[in-house]
Design a protein around this ligand. Structure first.
Ligand SMILES: [Mn+2]
Length: 290
């Protein structure tokens, strides 16, 4: 085509230039929510993130580079599985394993948080010494919730079945979850009245390889209201990015997800913020190769 077009891809990147073969990063949209117990709608999250990302600009002012230079392939959406969250996580596992098997850095766009366990499993199966850094307002450590062990409320518990977990941004949990975090010595950086500034303490507890699972409700709902379970007193934008930047600098990010955007529950700006977060994680994770 000789006329200008705007592709329906992440950052509106040219799909010929950013083909699977030529890209270092694969973004995998998974439009699925079924176990969401408060405000459903995360199934619309991946589409909203990609749509909003088409308005973003490519240069990273913080790092002084073009993170998209590594190649970012927007993969076809995974079809939802009506058999339930466990079957859906298995489908995610299958897809992430396939892309990761081609040496791609896979970023899953959710969708509800229960999907992350499938992606983590795929990464852990092919990479040694992986720990998972989870950003979340809730601990999500329940063994089961509403009759399933694969609920969004059990998301971190199911991740922990595959790899050690560090939790950041938590400000809501049950008595049982608090006890479990203590007995299992899960590093838990709760968000209180002050911002989390002890970045080194977080990074120190992580393995050489890190999978980042980012539930958007970790952010403060004042700028991230479009989530299923908004919780006051969350992380600030640069507060979270400082942690992610340090992880990218001191560890190898081997996979990530950004989940739980429920676009209908908040201002449209939330989808843009989520898209920008995805781009920042890509930037921190691939910085050496740009
Ligand atoms: Mn969660």
């Amino acid at each position: 085509m000789v006329w200008p077009t705007v592709p329906r891809t992440f950052l509106a990147l040219d799909p010929n230039e950013h083909s699977l073969e030529r890209s270092r990063v694969v973004l995998l949209p998974v439009p699925y929510d079924a176990t969401t117990s408060y405000r459903p709608g995360a199934r619309a999250g991946p589409g909203a993130i990609i749509e909003a990302s088409r308005q973003m600009e490519d240069y990273d002012t913080e790092l002084g580079c073009d993170p998209s230079a590594v190649g970012i392939y927007t993969a076809p959406e995974i079809e939802p599985h009506a058999g339930g969250p466990k079957a859906m996580a298995a489908r995610v596992h299958q897809a992430v394993a396939w892309y990761a098997g081609q040496d791609k850095l896979v970023g899953m766009l959710g969708g509800e948080h229960s999907l992350s366990a499938g992606a983590v499993r795929a990464v852990v199966e092919r990479t040694e010494d992986v720990s998972v850094l989870v950003f979340d307002a809730q601990a999500d450590l329940r063994e089961a919730y509403q009759g399933t062990r694969s609920s969004h409320a059990s998301a971190v518990r199911r991740i922990a079945d595959h790899a050690p977990v560090t939790l950041v941004g938590v400000r809501s949990m049950t008595v049982g979850e608090a006890a479990l975090a203590r007995t299992r010595s899960i590093p838990l950086f709760a968000r209180g009245p002050e911002p989390i500034t002890d970045v080194e303490a977080i990074v120190e507890g992580l393995s050489a390889n890190v999978y980042v699972s980012f539930d958007l409700d970790a952010f403060d709902p004042s700028f991230m209201a479009a989530v299923g379970t908004p919780e006051p007193g969350g992380l600030g934008w640069w507060e979270a990015l400082a942690i992610l930047r340090a992880v990218g600098e001191q560890r190898r990010i081997v996979g990530f997800d950004v989940v739980e955007l429920a676009p209908a529950e908040g201002p449209e700006a939330c989808a843009y913020t989520a898209a920008k977060l995805v781009y920042k994680v890509i930037a921190y994770a691939t910085r050496d190769s740009t």
